[in-house]
Design a protein around this ligand. Structure first.
Ligand code: ARG
Ligand code: ASP
Length: 682
């Protein structure tokens, strides 16, 4: 008995309370954390972070594009974000003659800045807890209509699975121009090899400028627009960082699930992630092997490879982290304690049983959706077959349109890669798909031809999808590839219902989280609750810190230009730095950016800190205790990535590019030092 109590006490202390540095806090409620922040080195007030009455730090932070963060660093709308966040824009503006991805881009005057069609940034005008207004009968529609007066956009977001509703009012700017980007050999230095890895040496930044009309309000692109004047921008610290310094991150984390039950964690760690990792390993092996054979293929598939590999590596860290932490067992123990408390509360007594039943009912379907997406759903020609079949089925289809669609697809289609992927993914699908949900007759049809390889070859022999001439709607309807791909329709349609952020957000499950969160907050008084990330603005804070990577192997939190030179290799694409950087290094010609680090003159490059971040925090400002910019967040170490489910302060680290390296590259590589003149360098 005593032992049992002791164990649950231990659990309380190690798991139930929010560990040091865990948490993504709502800016308008940051007052509840400010004492802790100040104890840790923050020198400003809650009002400095978020204020409804006056300009505050939140006015200097934007949601950049659809899923990154950016920050203003001048009173004339100069905006910093990551290179990987600006990547699509830089690519879109590039051509063979002007390859800004490879060579970088530096506007030498305002006139040379390049408008980016389709790019937008949004500023949070204000946020408000509208739970009570809605409980009192005000409709979401009314609240939104009122909030949007004056040309704003508004959304109501659920916190704690619908226990609280928050209104977010945004101002969206669409005249955004590219000002600067380092060459990829700096901005993407280390490529996929170093992605999610420490020590890191990536100059992952790009620079934009936001323009507005003469009243400083959003306007569509016009030559006569003026640089936007943000109510607040960040001063930039050139003093640098050292281990132990306070850090704060202000940005838009996208998705965490810290409160899910053991069943949900077990699904992620033991079913979903392992399946996705295995399937992506096969796809990546196929793509990499072809990339190694041809430079052209390497370039054409660079972005595809990067995006498959990014989540693939992240999931591996997540599985490893969740297993190492024993999150499933810990949550089970936590739930047992909860159940004991809830037993005497009629409104909560059967909650965990209901949740368990809901997971049992929904998880198999959810798995099928994920399996489809990651296997046959990832084959280009199957996807194309389904889309052209949809067009062919339209009444007024004209054959010229169909053949144009085929010609367009063929332009960028790599059959060598896609056919191998089709074979491997079909094989996996047939092996992993539960028999009762397998499309009728599919297994037999494949076996009849002698296996996936022969079957896929037969599909290619009997398709008109790669030949634009003589195409008709009739031919497409009877096409072998189309007929095959259309067999997945029941899976896709049945699963459309399951297209939610996570398994636990499927309505049949999510509805139980509302009372569960309420109960947790009543029961677990020690825990400091913060709502899961959902791409709304959050504050996280911590400190610059290294960590014990392995036994007796401590990773220091700061990297330098010396590390870049050590990795430099003209024969390895990811590590082939610009000659300019080699020359600067050879002469130690760092100008004002050279500093003494560990007794040596060098230039700082990246640093680690303990801030709780997630996907979407890329590009976020990382600031010191005085609120000055010290870096731009861009990654975590891969072994940190279980922080989306359980944060472990001993190992979870976010990675930022040191702002001094950003300034050094702008000045010494870009020759755009004039941009520094409009910043407040401290
Ligand atoms: N891992 C970072 C994130 O999740 C950076 C990804 C971009 N960089 C890359 N080498 N693929 O977004
Ligand atoms: N690299 C991620 C992003 O792009 C950040 C992270 O997952 O730590 O948002």
């Amino acid at each position: 008995m005593i032992r049992k109590i002791f164990i649950s006490l231990l659990l309380c202390c190690s798991f139930l309370s929010v560990s040091a540095d865990e948490g993504m806090w709502l800016p308008s409620l940051i007052g509840s954390r400010i004492k802790d922040m100040r104890q840790k080195g923050f020198k400003l007030s809650a009002e400095d972070i978020y204020s409804i009455n006056q300009a505050s730090m939140k006015d200097a932070v934007v949601l950049f594009g659809g899923g990154c963060t950016g920050e203003y660093v001048s009173e004339e709308g100069l905006l910093l974000t990551n290179h990987h966040c600006g990547y699509g824009s830089i690519q879109q503006l590039s051509s063979v003659a002007h390859d800004y991805l490879t060579d970088g881009f530096w506007a030498m005057s305002r006139e040379e800045e390049l408008p980016v069609p389709g790019l937008s940034v949004r500023r949070l005008v204000r946020m408000e807890d509208v739970t009570e207004r809605m409980a009192a009968g005000e409709s979401a529609k009314d609240i939104l209509t009122k909030a949007m007066q004056g040309g704003y956009t508004a959304r109501i977001e659920q916190m704690y699975y619908g226990n609280q509703q928050f209104l977010f009012v945004y101002e969206i700017f669409t005249d955004v121009r590219l000002v600067g980007a380092p060459p990829s050999s700096i901005g993407k230095f280390g490529g996929d090899t170093d992605n999610w890895i420490w020590p890191r040496h990536t100059g992952d930044f790009s620079i934009f400028r936001v323009y507005a009309d003469e009243n400083n309000r959003p306007a569509k692109y016009s030559k006569s627009n003026k640089p936007y004047r943000p109510a607040r921008h960040f001063a930039v610290s050139t003093k640098g960082v050292k281990e132990g310094d306070f850090t704060m991150i202000y940005g838009f984390p996208g998705n965490t699930q810290e409160y899910v039950t053991a069943d949900a964690v077990e699904y992620v760690a033991e079913v979903s992630d392992p399946m996705k990792i295995a399937l992506r390993t096969k796809r990546l092996d196929i793509i990499s092997a072809e990339q190694a054979k041809s430079a052209e293929v390497r370039i054409a598939f660079a972005a595809v490879h990067a995006s498959i590999a990014n989540a693939w590596k992240k999931w591996q860290g997540e599985v490893m982290g969740l297993r190492r932490l024993g999150t499933v067992a810990k949550k089970q123990a936590y739930e047992r304690e909860f159940a004991a408390w809830a037993k005497s509360k009629p409104e909560y007594a059967s909650l965990l049983d209901s949740m368990k039943a809901a997971y049992e009912a929904v998880t198999p379907e959810y798995y099928i959706r994920e399996l489809y997406n990651e296997s046959v759903g990832a084959v280009s020609i199957f996807g194309f077959a389904r889309s052209i079949a949809a067009n062919a089925a339209k009444q007024d289809t004209d054959n010229d349109k169909l053949s144009a669609q085929i010609a367009d697809f063929a332009k960028s289609y790599n059959r060598t890669i896609d056919e191998q992927i089709a074979v491997a993914m079909l094989d996996e699908f047939l092996q992993r798909m539960p028999a009762e949900r397998m499309p009728k007759g599919m297994k037999q049809a494949v076996e009849q031809k002698g296996g996936a390889k022969q079957f896929v070859a037969w599909l290619y022999d009997n398709t008109c999808l790669l030949n634009a001439s003589g195409v008709t709607a009739e031919k497409i309807k009877g096409d072998a590839m189309v007929e095959f791909a259309m067999q997945f329709t029941p899976i896709i349609e049945n699963n459309r219902h399951y297209a939610y952020r996570n398994l636990s957000n499927v309505p049949a499950i999510e509805k139980w989280y509302r009372p569960y969160m309420q109960a947790l907050r009543e029961w677990d008084k020690r825990r400091a609750f913060y709502p899961d990330a959902n791409l709304t603005l959050r504050v996280a804070y911590g400190k610059v810190a290294g960590y014990e990577y392995a036994d007796a192997e401590y990773h220091n939190p700061v990297t330098t230009i010396d590390g870049i030179i050590a990795k430099d290799d003209p024969n390895i694409y990811d590590y082939n730095i610009p000659q300019q950087l080699r020359d600067i290094y050879a002469k130690k010609d760092y100008g004002r950016w050279g500093v003494e680090i560990a007794g040596k003159k060098s230039v700082p490059v990246c640093f680690l800190a303990t801030n709780h971040t997630s996907g979407g925090n890329s590009g976020s400002p990382i600031i010191n205790g005085k609120g000055e910019l010290i870096g731009i967040n861009f990654d975590r170490t891969w072994r940190s990535t279980m922080s989306d489910i359980e944060f472990d302060p001993s190992i979870c680290r976010n990675i930022s590019v040191d702002i001094r390296y950003v300034l050094f590259v702008i000045d010494r590589i870009g020759g755009a030092g004039y941009l520094l003149d409009e910043m407040d360098l401290k």
